[in-house]
Design a protein around this ligand. Structure first.
Ligand code: SF4
Length: 268
């Protein structure tokens, strides 16, 4: 059973590895316009994606304001997304969020939240049923500098594979864990780097564990590379894990499998 102290140490090591791998990211002080963060979040898991920024520019050129986008048919919105690599299906989610803004606040902008403190922002935004918790957290972190790590698809997948959060970890428990591990000024940079890792290396279907900077921290990666057996796949990791080579671990596995065969032959 892994303790919270050990989890915090793993997150700190992951932070160091990611800082070394992805040196250039936005500064914590570079706060973004809330409406842009909201739209980018609606267009995909990664709110830093350049594709989302290009699609937002295309829509801003095409529509007088976001209210015009709200009343536009989804297939027409999709025409501004697909040339930038955003799936056309995201137009439906975007439209639902724009409609939610209109229905609850009688405006298709976020001007009103600029005057609010963070807690009321979360409470008010939660009224929009189609808005996911991590999309609200994106706004809090990236537009208001609130120390909260959005638990988006990339964060969830990577830290579940590493083995320190579970599918059923509550957002409150996840937030508190990352808050304890990351310095206040470092959350946005960490989040951007985790998103880069999730898009370029730790992808959903084909994680490239051999090239991953977190490969010595990650249970999924260690098993996949043959450095850890299924029975060892939990924290704390075996003390010799950093010395193992894929060849030795594979040989160990083969030896283990060969034993029952010998016993069967002797019985006959
Ligand atoms: S080692 Fe593999 S599974 Fe683990 S974080 Fe890296 S790419 Fe993802």
């Amino acid at each position: 059973m892994i303790t919270n102290t050990e989890k915090i140490k793993i997150i700190k090591r992951a932070q160091r590895e990611l800082n070394a791998k992805y040196k250039k990211v936005a500064k914590a002080s570079d706060l973004q316009e809330p409406m842009h963060v909201l739209i980018a979040s609606a267009l995909g898991a990664n709110p830093f994606a350049p594709e989302a920024k290009r699609a937002i520019r295309a829509m801003e050129k095409a529509y007088v304001d976001w209210n015009e986008a709200r009343v536009t048919r989804a297939p027409e919105i999709a025409e501004h997304l697909t040339p930038h690599g955003i799936p056309g299906s995201r137009a439906n989610h975007l439209k639902k969020i724009l409609s939610g803004l209109f229905d609850h606040f009688n405006a298709v902008n976020l001007d009103f939240i600029e005057k609010l403190d963070p807690n009321p922002i979360r409470n008010r935004m939660q009224r929009i049923e189609d808005l996911k918790p991590e999309e609200i957290d994106n706004i809090l972190l990236l537009s208001f500098g609130v120390n909260v790590l959005p638990l988006n698809a990339h964060v969830q997948r990577i830290f579940q594979r590493i083995g320190i959060i579970k599918k059923d970890t509550s957002p409150t428990a996840g937030h508190s864990l990352f808050k304890s591990a990351l310095g206040k000024a470092a959350v946005a940079g960490f989040y951007e780097r985790v998103n880069l890792l999730g898009e370029k290396i730790c992808t959903t279907s084909q994680p490239a564990c051999n090239t991953c900077p977190l490969k010595l921290e990650c249970i999924y990666g260690l098993v996949k590379r043959g450095l850890l057996t299924e029975s060892e796949a939990e924290f704390p990791l075996p003390a010799d894990i950093r010395k193992r080579t894929p060849k030795r671990a594979a040989a160990k596995k083969t030896r283990k499998k060969a034993k029952p065969k010998k016993a069967a032959t002797r019985k006959k």
